[in-house]
Design a protein around this ligand. Structure first.
Ligand code: TRP
Length: 362
């Protein structure tokens, strides 16, 4: 059984096996239940979920539901995987989800040694505007800081008696007190909206975060008499490809991942070195065509850079036919990446000016 570790860097190749082994629900089997699915869902990048029946029932019947995500204010850079989280939040917001975005300042303090003040400043100056630049609608969002949310902290304490060390170890692998506290606070976050209004809710995350969802769902089952919460639903998206094709895009190899923001020249150089699905020689590729399905640049288009299905298909076909060679394609990808980064910077500056509209609760 593959291991899913929220703190690790493993690449999962066989996502359908993961669905089976972990008892997840495939996105494919729910695609017709989601109103107007977004490109990540249609392309199977958001490939699975849990509790999708409760979620889609609420959406279809226009019942209240919530969507929640957390910001870990560790460095002033965002991973492309976070862009997928925001795409999903954006989708659920359009479908009228009550949206909560929290700043995990307590978790940052416990696991990264940041002061609460530093975490707060980073969230206000960078992360919240960055999330808005990536498409979060601030007018439809409620923000909070973990450290200021008494309810979340109370929940974390109450939940602490519902789990044993051994269970914790089996969900998370090796544990440290800071991680236990953070995971319990995170379960508090995930369920907090239901202390305001009992309703189903969805937490869109990368598949590496699924242990957190499992813990929250276990806790809900064990606190049925105390709280009677809805089991939280989740959507899971795939790992961002590492440009070298080897690992989950991870900070351990800075040359194989591009962050947001990233200096355009550096981003260009990294794309130039990316693993593609090219043949041994240009002649061969012109004659036989390439393998876009093995190409990390194509994977970046599919996951992040190209929303237009027709354009994506055209690139795929041109590569297959040998009409589009890797050198030219990398130049195109560089241009797309540079314009993405420039656009982000512009939107970030604009988002910073909307501070007055942000609604914080305690
Ligand atoms: N642990 C998450 C991270 O490292 C941050 C987080 C805290 C979170 N609470 C959450 C994410 C609730 C989703 C839901 O990024």
């Amino acid at each position: 059984m593959p291991k899913i570790d929220p703190w690790g860097t493993e690449l999962i190749e066989d996502y359908s096996r993961l669905i089976k082994d972990f008892g997840l629900e495939s996105m494919e089997s729910f695609l017709d239940k989601f109103p107007e699915p977004n490109y990540l869902m249609k392309r199977g990048i958001t490939f699975a979920g849990q509790g999708l029946k409760e979620l889609t029932d609420a959406m279809q019947n226009k019942k209240p539901f919530y969507c929640l995500t957390g910001i870990m204010p560790s460095s002033e850079r965002i991973h492309f995987g976070t862009k997928s989280v925001i795409e999903m939040v954006k989708y659920f917001q359009k479908q009228n989800a009550k949206t909560f975005v929290l700043v995990a300042d307590l978790e940052a303090a416990a696991t990264r040694g940041l002061s609460l003040k530093e975490a707060r400043e980073r969230a206000l100056n960078f992360y919240i505007p960055a999330y808005i630049a990536l498409g979060l609608n601030p007018k439809k969002t409620v923000f909070y800081f973990q450290s200021e949310n008494t309810e979340v902290k109370n929940l974390a304490y109450l939940f602490s008696q519902k789990i044993t060390m051994n269970e914790f170890r089996s969900i998370y692998g090796n544990v440290h007190p800071s991680r236990i506290l953070s995971a319990l606070a995170q379960a508090g976050d995930i369920l907090f909206p239901q202390t305001i209004e009992k309703m189903p809710g969805v937490i869109p995350v990368g598949i590496d975060q699924s242990p957190h969802i499992r813990l929250a769902r276990d806790i809900v089952r064990r606190t049925k008499r105390d709280f009677n919460f809805f089991l939280p639903s989740a959507t899971y998206h795939k790992f961002v490809p590492s440009l070298d094709g080897n690992h989950k895009m991870s900070k351990s190899n800075p040359n194989s991942f591009i962050s947001i923001p990233e200096n355009p020249n550096d981003a260009g150089k990294k794309i130039k070195k990316a693993l593609t699905g090219g043949r041994n020689t240009v002649e061969e590729q012109k004659k036989l065509g390439g393998f876009p399905e093995k190409c990390m640049v194509f994977e970046m288009y599919k996951q992040h850079l190209i929303e237009d299905d027709k354009l994506l298909q055209k690139i795929f076909d041109d590569c297959k036919k040998g009409n589009l060679l890797c050198g030219q394609d990398k130049d195109n990808a560089m241009e797309l990446m540079i314009s993405f980064q420039k656009d982000f910077q512009k939107k970030l500056d604009k988002a910073r000016k909307t501070k007055k509209q942000w609604k914080f609760i305690k």
